[in-house]
Ligand binder design. Structure first.
Ligand SMILES: NC(=O)CC[C@H](N)C(=O)O
Length: 368
C-alpha cells in the first residue's frame, strides 16, 4: 500500500506504508544516528514529531523489550529509506511494522531521506503530514498549514503521579518532563533511592521528600511552555545539588534569567562532538533538541558556560556560579549513543556526597 508525506512547503513524497493506517501531522525532524532506532522512536522528547532517519536501513534488528526509552512512544510517525521486513537478532520480538501497528503509529518507507533532510536543513524544521496516497495534495496542504502545534507535550508524557524506584544510596528526586528510561537506569546503577515526580510539582512538595539531590529530565517541546517548572527550579536551586538534562538544562537557564530560542533544524543524532571548556576534552554525545540557550542572554546571570558544541558553537552545558547545580544540553545517559559523557552521573553523585559531608545541605537541614 502506498502512503504520502506532504510538507508544508508543498513538497510531496510517495512511499510504501508500514505500521498503522493512522493519518498524523507533526514537525518533521531528522536524526543522523546510524543505529538506535528503537531508543529514538520511544524517546518522549519526540512527542508529536515525525522523525526521519538519515541512515538508510532501519528495523534490521527488530524491536526488543530492553531498549525502550518509554513504554508508549509519543512520536507521530517514522520516515525511512528502507524498513526491514524480516529483522534478525536474538533479542528481536517484533518487526517495526508490527510494533507500529500495535501502537497506532504510521510509517513510510522508500523515501529519499537524504533529500528530505537537505530540505529541512535549507528551510528549517517544518510541519508535515502522513496520509493515504489518494488524498488531494491541495486539501492536505491547506489542513497542514492551518495546524497549530500543541504546547502541552510535557503534560502528555510526564508521569501523572509520583512513584518510587528504591535503592539504598542517595535520595534523588527526578522531575519527569518526559524522562527517558536511561536516566533512571543510570541512577539505579548507582544505587540511588529515586522518587520520580510529575512536571507540575512545586518546590515545596519536592523539598518535603527530603532529597539529597534533584534531577531535571529531558522532555518535548518549547521550554517556555512549562512556566510552572521554571518557578519550581527557582525554589529548589541552592537547597540541594541539581543536575539537568536537555529540557531540564533549558528550564534551568530560563529560571536563572537567561533566554532560549528555537534552532533552525536542531541537533539530533548520536555523533555530536561537545567540548568541555574546563579540560579542553571532546566527548561524542547523543543529542535530541530543537531549542538552545541563547549565549548572549547569559551575560547578566549567575550561570557559566561549561560545554559548547563543536559543530556550531552553541551552549551545551552550564553551571551555577554559587550553587551546586549543573546542566547539559546533550544526553549523558546515551541510549542511543556513546557513553563518553556517562561520568556526569558520577559527578552528580559526588556532588551530593560532598554536600552531605559538609553537613550544610543534608536532608535534615533542608528547611521546607
Ligand atoms: N531532549 C530534550 O529534552 C529536548 C528539549 C526540547 N524539547 C528541545 O527540543 O530542545
Amino acid at each position: 500500500m502506498k502512503r504520502k508525506l506532504v510538507l508544508e512547503d508543498g513538497t510531496v513524497f510517495i512511499g510504501e506504508a508500514f505500521g498503522a493506517e493512522a493519518e498524523k501531522t507533526g514537525e518533521i525532524v531528522f536524526n543522523t544516528g546510524m543505529t538506535g532506532y528503537q531508543e529514538i522512536l520511544s524517546d518522549p522528547s519526540y512527542c508529536g514529531q515525525i522523525v526521519t532517519l538519515t541512515y538508510p536501513l532501519v528495523g534490521n534488528y527488530g524491536i526488543n523489550r530492553d531498549d525502550f526509552e518509554s513504554i508508549n512512544p509519543a512520536i507521530h510517525g517514522f520516515i525511512v529509506k528502507e524498513a526491514a521486513d524480516f529483522p534478525s537478532n536474538w533479542r528481536s520480538q517484533l518487526s517495526l511494522d508490527e510494533f507500529f501497528k500495535m501502537k497506532n503509529i504510521p510509517g513510510i518507507a522508500g523515501i529519499d531521506t537524504r533529500k528530505l533532510t537537505r530540505i529541512i536543513r535549507k528551510t528549517g524544521t517544518l510541519k508535515g503530514a502522513l496520509c493515504a496516497e489518494n488524498k488531494s495534495d491541495a486539501e492536505v496542504l491547506a489542513q497542514l498549514r492551518a495546524v497549530v502545534l500543541p504546547s502541552d507535550q510535557v503534560k502528555r508524557v510526564s508521569t501523572k503521579s509520583s512513584y518510587p524506584s528504591p535503592g539504598r544510596g542517595c535520595r534523588v528526586v527526578v522531575v519527569d518532563f518526559g524522562m527517558k528510561h536511561g536516566i533512571l537506569r543510570e541512577l539505579n546503577k548507582r544505587n540511588c533511592d529515586v522518587v520520580v515526580v510529575p512536571y507540575n510539582i512545586t518546590a515545596q512538595e519536592i523539598l518535603s521528600l527530603s532529597p539529597d539531590g534533584i534531577m531535571l529530565t529531558n522532555g518535548p517541546g518549547d521550554p517556555k511552555d512549562v512556566p510552572q517548572a521554571i518557578e519550581m527550579i527557582k525554589g529548589i536551586q541552592g537547597r540541594v545539588p541539581l543536575f539537568g538534562i536537555c529540557l531540564g538544562h533549558q528550564l534551568f537557564a530560563l529560571a536563572n534569567g537567561a533566554n532560549t530560542e528555537k534552532m533552525k533544524f536542531g541537533h539530533r543524532g548520536s555523533n555530536h562532538p561537545v567540548k568541555d571548556l574546563s579540560t579542553g576534552k571532546i566527548a561524542i554525545t547523543s543529542q535530541n533538541h530543537g531549542y538552545t540557550v541563547e549565549e548572549s542572554s547569559l551575560k547578566d546571570t549567575q550561570l557559566e558556560v561549561t560545554h559548547i558544541a563543536i559543530n556550531d558553537g552553541t551552549v551545551e552545558g552550564l553551571k551555577h556560579k554559587q550553587h551546586s547545580a549543573f546542566t547539559v544540553q546533550y544526553h549523558p545517559e546515551a541510549s542511543p549513543g556513546p557513553e563518553d559523557a556517562n561520568g556526569l552521573f558520577d559527578q552528580f553523585i559526588s556532588m551530593i556526597e560532598a554536600a552531605k559531608e559538609e553537613g550544610e545541605k543534608t536532608c535534615q537541614s533542608v528547611q521546607i
